[in-house]
Design a protein around this ligand. Structure first.
Ligand code: HAM
Length: 421
């Protein structure tokens, strides 16, 4: 017996049906918003992530040397790869470029419920749109996806890291350390770092600031704490809120929260996170914001904004709220009555499959009684019994597996009968 690597999962058929349902909700909505799918490698050169993803991610990378001695990392997220792709190949596409991707990402984390080493993200990026419009569009797609899944409990928190950065008069590396302490709400680390940088005076206003969360009125309070820093950010968030209203996103779906700092280093403007309150410790189902990676990778400055939702957590939220669609059973299980009817049974089976019905038949050579037991066990809607006498008359016996009622149905009307009932 081999064990799965720590922090990974196997997903059975029932799980996969749920996962695909959630993924489809995102893909369909993203397509309806005009996003198009792109795909990038599951591993990249280590440098790509070291360039700007920040300590939180870099310490969690699955990194190794390949046989050619190259330093490689499994992707911990999609954004860096997509912006690398944008700078090298996609720049000539008409702007804005709106792309989405789905797939696994890898982080060497301490596994627990909802936190895995291999997990699945639903990711969207907008490159080259105006900042405000793109930020609103990204939040609308993220919250819209949760609504499309059927989730009722959506708690987004919207902040502005540009404003915090403007308040921290430090070199980028030091700023990143302070922001990391704020992200982790590690106040001891915050005090120590500010002392090291000779700016302990910033500790009190920063602590006050990251505690601010609520409706638009907190933006005024934040402005009072910050003075001139990040001017315009508050007005910006007001206007964002107005845009969200026109998208049909009520203010009850989100709060402004000056404590949203994000664990990745590349954010420069609006940042947001979305929680599903039912999930306990790992309740954050998504996050994103405005950032500047293209510039770091050698491209021209252009607005970039995006987000990723954690598929594993969305499924858990959908399970908790009981909004997942019921099991979809097989339409028909085709049973030959006797070995001599096997060829006819395969033909009936093929005609049902060709018509787009979900149909299956015995692969073991069971008796009709055992086959009926099996059809029952797999919860098939109907058993289609192919007997010699009926087949000669161009018909089959169809048994409703729920009621047990059996009737003769002609082969010409079989598809219509199974579809209608
Ligand atoms: P992130 O907040 O690091 O952002 O991840 C987004 C979501 O992925 C999280 O909210 C969570 O639901 C899920 N997730 C992260 N780590 C794990 C894990 N170990 N196990 C299960 N789920 C996890 C990003 O990755 C950014 N790239 C988002 C973005 C796109 N920003 C701009 N564009």
């Amino acid at each position: 017996m081999f064990e799965r690597p720590r922090g990974t999962n196997d997903w059975g058929p029932e799980d996969m049906a749920k996962r695909r349902f959630v993924e489809r909700a995102f893909v369909q909505l993203a397509e309806s918003f005009g996003f198009r799918e792109v795909s990038t490698p599951m591993f990249e050169s280590l440098e790509l992530f070291e360039a700007k993803s920040g300590p939180a991610i870099v310490n969690e990378l699955y990194a190794f040397q390949d046989r050619g001695g190259r330093k490689i990392a499994l992707r911990p997220e999609f954004t860096a790869s997509i912006l690398r792709f944008y700078v090298s190949d996609l720049r000539s596409l008409p702007k804005p470029i709106k792309v989405y991707s789905t797939g696994p990402a890898f982080r060497y984390e301490e596994p627990q419920r909802g936190r895995y080493r291999e997990f699945y993200q639903l990711n969207a990026e907008i490159i080259g749109g105006s900042t405000l419009a793109s930020d609103a569009e990204a939040i609308a797609l993220a919250i819209g996806t949760m609504r499309a899944i059927g989730l009722k409990q959506v708690q987004a928190r919207i902040g502005h890291i540009g404003m915090l950065r403007a308040f921290l008069p430090f070199a980028p590396a030091d700023q990143a350390i302070v922001l990391h302490a704020l992200d982790k709400k590690n106040l001891e680390m915050l005090d120590a770092e500010l002392a090291r940088l000779g700016r302990s005076d910033l500790a009190a206003p920063l602590k006050q600031l990251i505690g601010l969360s609520g409706d638009a009125s907190i933006l005024k309070e934040a402005a009072a704490i910050l003075g001139g820093a990040g001017e315009g950010a508050f007005d910006y968030l007001h206007r964002l809120s107005e845009q969200l209203y026109h998208y049909g996103i009520p203010t009850s779906d989100y709060a402004f929260d000056m404590g949203v700092v994000r664990g990745l280093d590349y954010y420069t403007g609006m940042v947001f996170e979305i929680d599903s309150p039912n999930l306990g410790a790992e309740k954050q189902v998504g996050g994103g914001g405005a950032y500047t990676l293209a510039e770091i990778f050698g491209g021209e400055p252009t607005p970039q904004t995006g987000f990723a939702l954690g598929l594993d957590r969305l499924v858990m939220a959908a399970e908790a709220e009981r909004v997942l669609p019921p099991f979809v059973p097989l339409d028909a299980y085709v049973i030959p009555i006797g070995d001599s009817m096997r060829a006819e049974a395969i033909e009936v089976l093929s005609s049902l499959r060709a018509a787009g019905l979900r149909a299956d038949a015995d692969l073991i050579g069971r008796s009709p009684t055992k086959n009926l037991d099996y059809a029952n066990a797999i919860r098939a809607r109907y058993a289609v019994l192919v007997g010699e006498k009926e087949a000669k008359g161009g018909s089959v016996a169809v048994r409703d597996m729920t009621s047990g009622v059996q009737r003769e149905v002609s082969l010409e009307t079989l598809v219509a009968f199974l579809r209608a009932s």
